[in-house]
Design a protein around this ligand. Structure first.
Ligand code: SF4
Length: 395
């Protein structure tokens, strides 16, 4: 087995960035120029391009995970909702967001809506914006509505640093984020062929680091990772190939990702950090109206997530298509406990898997789950049943 010391170094750096609850890198970045602003955004997706063009850094906030004991945050919420908002409140009360100038709360579920209200009561940053994502996907209706929402965010940033981004600046930012998404997809495509060259755990660190650093730095990291993956590294195992779906908001603990891998699975696609891959393809940058192009990207190129309301049942079709594209043996439905969007979509997605003859299992987690024995047994049995019995005729 051949190792790549260069890749190991990058993964280690990304791990430190990804789980730094003090957001040290972003704070240092802001400190280098008095016109820079930090804008925190909650899951799942936010068009970071607009903050970049306005001289800011959009920082993804995913909660405290299993890296911080949550005590005060628990007092703000009932027991029967997911855990993400408790960790976020704990971070707010402990001053971890002190350098942040504003916060964006995309309208993905009631929990995030309530969290924006908590921030208003407790006070955080210079603005708190509840971003009403369009539910109408006609460009002239939902698209124009969304464009106005994005304008209002630019105005809030302008109120802090006085910067109004020119169309050229917006186009430049669009190109950088287009490049970011393309690099990420290239890595997924390469892993599809050689999943043993980069474990899902390490890929997760590399991607998650991108939430807290400027896109220019993240693009350089992704380029280097892609270059390392050209080498014949790692060792092929007799694993099945799975897609993990449903974990797009509150993040699973890293131990859970490792457990799935150690139980005989290559994770060949996932929606852990769905916001980074939200737009399918490029946003148009050769345009007179870049803000409209960003809005149209959301309207016509969103990868379907459970947080997007859809009357049609094509989310199931998209999952089956993805499984076929990735040559997956099965699907693992992995949802945060009490997550309405994820759990409500599950029966529909499972029906699509049934129809397509795709095997699946499901379980729930919370960001601080610490016991993985049961999950290991379940995933291990799933992997073995596919390896040993797939294709064997039933007499
Ligand atoms: S984990 Fe689910 S319920 Fe909780 S904030 Fe995220 S989308 Fe909402």
């Amino acid at each position: 087995m051949q190792n790549s010391p260069r890749l190991e170094r990058i993964v280690e750096e990304c791990y430190k960035l990804a789980f730094d609850l003090d957001f040290s890198y972003a704070r240092r970045w802001k400190g280098e120029d008095s016109s820079r602003v930090l804008v925190g955004y909650m899951p799942v997706y936010f068009p970071r391009e607009i903050v970049h063009a306005a001289g800011g850094l959009a920082v993804g906030i995913l909660g405290a995970g299993d890296k911080k004991q949550v005590i005060k945050g628990d007092a703000y919420y009932q027991s029967y909702i997911c855990r993400l908002p408790r960790g976020v409140i704990e971070l707010l009360l402990d001053g971890n967001f002190e350098a942040f100038d504003g916060f964006i709360f995309p309208s993905i579920c009631d929990v995030i809506r309530n969290l924006s209200g908590m921030f208003k009561i407790l006070g955080g940053g210079k603005f708190i914006k509840y971003l009403d994502l369009p539910q109408n996907f006609v460009p002239e209706i939902g698209g124009r509505f969304y464009e106005k929402e994005l304008w209002s965010i630019l105005k809030l940033i302008q109120g802090i640093n006085g910067m109004e981004p020119s169309p050229e600046k917006l186009k430049e930012s669009i190109n950088l984020y287009n490049r970011n998404r393309r690099l990420i997809e290239d890595i997924y495509d390469l892993r599809q062929e050689f999943p043993w060259r980069l474990s899902e755990e390490h890929l997760y660190y590399v991607l998650r680091a991108g939430l807290v650093i400027p896109v220019e730095k993240h693009n350089r990291i992704l380029e280097e990772v892609y270059s390392c993956l050209q080498e014949d590294i790692g060792e092929m195992m007799d694993n099945i190939r799975v897609i993990v779906i449903g974990a797009f908001c509150e993040q699973p603990p890293v131990g859970l990702i490792k457990t799935i891998e150690m139980s005989g699975c290559y994770i060949v696609d996932d929606d852990f950090l769905a916001g980074l891959r939200w737009i399918d393809g490029d946003i148009e940058s050769n345009t007179e109206n870049p803000l409209q192009a960003i809005a149209d990207g959301y309207i016509s190129r969103s990868r379907l997530s459970s947080t997007v309301y859809s009357l049609k049942s094509w989310k199931g079709e998209r999952l089956v298509q993805l499984a076929r594209k990735r040559n997956a043996d099965g699907v693992i439905f992995c949802a945060p406990s009490f997550c309405d969007p994820s759990l409500l979509d599950q029966p529909m997605l499972q029906a699509a898997c049934d129809e397509a003859g795709l095997r699946y299992i499901s379980f729930q987690y919370s960001e601080n789950t610490g016991q993985f024995k049961v999950i290991k047994e379940q995933v291990g049995a799933f992997s073995d049943s596919i390896k040993l019995w797939e294709g064997v005729p039933i007499c």
